[in-house]
Design a protein around this ligand. Structure first.
Ligand code: PMV
Length: 333
């Protein structure tokens, strides 16, 4: 089963665009129950279901048009060479949708979160690309199919099709037609995040390679699918009941368990810097003093702090360099 087979199922024959251009925005997202480990690397099918929160207005705007003679790609207003890593990956994705071999795309993509915020751009990037292609070609696909198309670009992009709390079901079919995200009906306006950027350098090991190594060599990983399922159930409950302690405890424990499997990998994958560990200790110290802060962390050194709005001043005072995110409030930045 290849990506082309999946596209065939969703689109049938590749059509010509119905519009001059297709535009779209998709939010970035941060997982509270992480996606870690693929059951199918070609289709980005996960071993476990995951749950995230989308970052409202922070994300990617993408515009797609037809180009003459060759593809043209720009990122944040700067034209990219076609053999850069970014272009290479995007062109492989665009290849899935060309109505003819010599059909070319002009793609302009802009992330509105500061590059220095250390947020992953592939999630919002591939969700925005899937939506922009849908508008350009006039496919009128439902969101669950767009979520599948986004997943073929990057697993976590399947969740960036939606705002708010989003669950991506792992599914079990070989073609992954049951592996897409859906939005949870709950809002939690007081829930805030702070991104603590400790390094903007590129990661030593990308998430695809990190997952592969973990699944192949970590003994601890054997307990991960069950742990992730338990955490997912707890998170759903926490969101339903607006139980912040349960949400924070579960998210933090889930992130630490994922990192434990990475550390257990041969050769070990350790994304933390001394500053990362110092931030953990600071958050734990503040919690022991009664301030309800929790953290989550992805495949990198930057820490994302979960807190409720009434602790905003404390968070700003203790972490003056952090970027505050209000996932349910589109007017505040
Ligand atoms: O979608 P990818 O391949 O960038 O993987 C994302 C992996 C994590 O960010 C660590 C977890 C997640 O669920 O977002």
């Amino acid at each position: 089963m290849t990506k082309y087979n999946v596209i065939e199922k969703i689109l049938g024959d590749r059509s010509y665009p119905r519009q001059n251009s297709g535009q779209a925005f998709a939010p970035s997202n941060i997982a509270l129950c992480k996606y870690w480990g693929k059951r199918n690397a070609e289709l980005n099918l996960p071993i476990n279901s995951s749950l995230s929160i989308s970052l409202a207005h922070l994300g990617t705007h993408t515009t797609i048009r037809m180009a003459e003679g060759m593809d043209s790609i720009s990122l944040n207003g700067m034209p990219l060479t076609l053999n850069s890593r970014f272009s290479h990956r995007l062109i492989e994705y665009l290849n899935l949708f060309r109505p003819e071999r010599d059909f070319y795309f002009d793609v302009k993509t802009d992330n509105n979160f500061p590059t220095a915020a250390g947020l992953a751009s592939s999630a919002s990037g591939y969700a925005a690309a899937a939506r922009a292609l849908n508008n350009f070609f006039g496919w009128e696909l439902e969101d669950n199919l767009l979520s599948i198309l986004a997943r073929l670009g990057s697993g976590s992009a399947s969740r960036s099709i939606y705002h708010g709390f989003v669950e991506w079901e792992a599914g079990f079919h070989v073609d992954g037609m049951d592996s897409y995200a859906h939005v949870l009906p709950h809002r939690w306006p007081d829930l805030n995040l702070a991104v603590l950027t400790l390094s903007i350098g590129s990661k030593p090991v990308g998430s695809t390679e990190g997952m592969k190594r973990t699944v192949e060599t970590s003994v601890l990983y054997k307990s991960w699918p069950e742990k992730a399922q338990r955490d997912l159930d707890q998170l759903r409950l926490a969101i339903e009941q607006k139980d912040f302690e349960l949400l924070g405890e579960t998210s933090e424990s889930n992130a630490l368990a994922m990192h434990a499997t990475m550390i257990d990998t041969r050769p070990s994958v350790l994304y933390w810097l001394p500053e990362t560990v110092a931030a953990f200790h600071q958050i734990w110290k503040m919690r022991s003093e009664g301030v309800k802060l929790y953290f989550t962390i992805d495949a990198g050194p930057n820490v994302k702090i979960l807190f409720l709005r009434n602790d905003l001043d404390i968070v700003r005072a203790v972490f003056p360099q952090c970027e505050i995110i209000t996932p349910f409030d589109f007017s505040v930045s």
